[in-house]
Design a protein around this ligand. Structure first.
Ligand code: PEP
Length: 240
């Protein structure tokens, strides 16, 4: 079960350090093995080996070791912190930062070459959702163009764009339908859901048979709340 926290442009270096210390302590005392990932802002990166129970990740990177890419970071910068986990394809990068599928595929290939764990995000806008499941499925599958889904360090996060940061999660039957469709194609790849996950709705989402975890923004910004979310996810797994 994967529980991942996307900080986006939140937390300072200092508050990220306190958060990670609290989380690592919590996981140290926790008896079950958990795959817990945290994606802080790049300015708050800390050495990954300071927090052995947490996988530190990058929300973004440029697909190069280093070079003339103003404002970006490459693998040289990630390696300095021992970061081996990345998010790719998040809708905020696809839509707000205008990343094309071609560029996303380049980032994906670079991450794969480096052997990094990838959470690859896909999600449809509201107008596509209004057209029903077939339209959603087609939209999502198009977001796999030039992506090698056989990569064994890949997890896929289904995040309907309209559900991200809005407080309105997708309906459980719609999440189930999409995750089942993805499972039928990408059999051994862990599938996550993201989009306004919180302590009220996580249990039901995680209980879906094709769901292998959650990617969480707002509700994971508080360390104690993220620990609660991890416990909810792990308890569902124990009941299986
Ligand atoms: C996200 O950032 O991927 C996300 C799902 O955010 P939120 O949980 O706030 O909707």
């Amino acid at each position: 079960m994967i529980t991942a926290a996307n900080f986006k442009v939140n937390h300072t270096r200092e508050s990220t350090a306190s958060y990670l210390e609290a989380l690592n302590l919590f996981l140290d005392a926790y008896s079950t093995h958990c795959d817990v990932r945290v994606y802080p802002a790049a300015s708050s990166f800390l050495k990954a080996d300071l927090y052995p129970h947490v996988k530190l990740g990058a929300q973004n990177f440029y697909p190069a070791v280093n070079g003339a890419y103003t404002g970006e970071i490459g693998s040289q910068q990630l390696n300095e912190f021992g970061i081996k986990n990345v998010l790719i394809g998040h809708s905020e990068r696809r839509v707000t930062l205008r990343e094309t599928q071609d560029f996303i595929a380049k980032k994906y290939a670079f991450a794969k070459e480096n052997g990094w764990e990838i959470i690859y995000c896909i999600g449809e806008p509201k107008d596509v959702r209004r057209n029903g499941f077939e339209a959603v499925a087609q939209y999502l599958l198009d977001e796999f163009e030039d992506i090698d889904t056989d990569y064994d360090k890949l997890s896929i996060a289904y995040e309907p764009i309209w559900a991200i940061g809005t407080g309105v999660s997708a309906e459980i039957k719609d999440i189930a339908e999409v995750l089942d469709m993805l499972k039928s194609r990408f059999k051994s790849t862990p599938l996550l859901y993201g989009g306004s996950v919180n302590t009220e709705n996580l249990r039901q989402i995680i209980s879906l048979k094709s769901c292998g975890g959650a990617l969480i923004g707002n509700a994971a910004l508080d360390a104690a709340n993220f620990c609660k979310l991890i416990q909810i996810a792990q308890n569902v797994q124990k009941e299986e």
